[in-house]
Design a protein around this ligand. Structure first.
Ligand code: SAM
Ligand code: SF4
Length: 327
């Protein structure tokens, strides 16, 4: 029986997010600066073998049962399907978050390598606006990517929408209708202060109440029971699927958070908003044993705080942006 990764507030951690690269082929305005970021030199990235070693240790020792690959844009890392193939035998619920632009090419290989589920980020269904938000004119490719993920049998396919006041909040109902028609679950995400340009303002957050109110004006739905997952989920009463709201700002779910994170350069993080990182790369590269790695992780989780304080005067923004930490 694995030892549990428990913090001082009694939260058990089983959900691992692995950033496989800090690079991205998009520069979404809410995530990256217009000029892009300096990418990490390749030698600073964990190799697939190093990632697999940390993941295996966390699964075997601490009962981690869910792994999500993210970034940056995970699909820009060459041979991503090989990594999926190395992680699949660990037997966790293995997922990927992607901007979807290359899924038309990759979805089949990823599914064949053992990927189960996928989240595709898409913030506008309008080509011009999509181009303004992502700084790439690729809406059609992302839509094709969603179709390719469905055709490859990935299940569920979810679509992540960051809702920003005055930018795309007029598309909330359009996205709800899109999800119902395509058979994908749309997850509306509250805009968080992790944009690289530090342009976030609290009045740009379109919150849980507003999102559900607007959908409720058009479609009937009921709340579903919620476990540890961050999204509040709702089922349409006519049987046409469900949607979710990730209310990280207005209804923080820190009290039930079970996530731990590994950055592309091998830093262990106990919180998306945490100010501390715990280096695993140097110990890995000097030949540390699994016992030593496990001790670092145990200490990092023990030190976890109660939760973030977005919107309060004492909130301190983490030094790295969402794309560098791994969303
Ligand atoms: N590149 C991939 C993608 O876009 O899906 C994976 C990495 S991205 C950082 C992961 C998720 O974080 C995406 O769904 C993205 O929309 C979300 N995200 C990025 N910046 C955000 C912000 N400031 N507030 C809320 N969500 C954000
Ligand atoms: Fe890239 Fe994803 Fe950030 Fe957009 S949200 S810039 S696709 S990492």
């Amino acid at each position: 029986m694995a030892v549990q990764l428990v913090d001082t507030f009694g939260r058990v951690h089983r959900d691992l997010r692995i950033s496989v690269t800090d690079r991205c082929n998009f520069r979404c305005t809410y995530c990256m600066p217009a000029e892009g970021l300096d990418w990490l030199p390749r030698s600073e990235l964990l190799t697939f073998e190093e990632i697999e070693r940390v993941a295996r240790m966390l699964v075997e020792r601490f009962g981690v049962d869910s792994i999500r690959l993210t970034g940056g844009e995970p699909t820009v890392r060459a041979r991503l399907a090989d990594l999926v193939g190395m992680l699949a035998p660990l037997g966790t619920d293995l997922a990927l978050t992607t901007n979807g632009v290359t899924l038309g090419l990759l979805a089949g290989d990823l599914a064949a390598a053992g990927l189960r589920r996928i989240n595709v980020s898409l913030d506008s269904l309008q080509p011009g606006r999509f181009g303004e938000i992502t700084r790439r004119d690729d809406l059609h490719r992302v839509l094709d990517g969603i179709d390719a993920a469905l055709a490859a049998g990935l299940d569920p396919v979810k679509v992540n929408v960051v809702v920003m006041g005055g930018r795309n909040d007029d598309e909330i109902v359009d996205f709800a209708a899109f999800g119902r028609d395509k058979g994908v679950e749309v997850r509306f995400i509250e805009y968080m202060p992790l944009d690289a340009e530090e342009g976030w303002r609290s009045d740009a957050v379109v919150g849980f109440e507003e999102i559900t109110r607007r959908i409720g004006e058009v479609f009937c739905f009921e709340a579903q029971r919620r476990g540890n997952e961050p999204a509040s989920r709702f089922r349409y009463l006519d049987g046409k699927g469900s949607f979710g709201v990730v209310a990280s700002v207005t209804r923080s779910f820190c009290g039930s958070c079970d996530r731990i994170r590994l950055t592309a350069d091998g830093q262990f993080r106990n919180c998306l908003f945490g100010l501390e990182e715990y280096d695993l790369r140097a110990p890995l590269r000097r030949g540390a044993s699994d016992d030593e790695l496990a001790e670092i992780v145990r200490g990092a989780v023990r030190d976890k705080w109660a939760g973030h304080s977005i919107g309060k005067v004492h909130f301190v923004r983490p030094a790295r942006s969402m794309s560098q930490i791994g969303g």
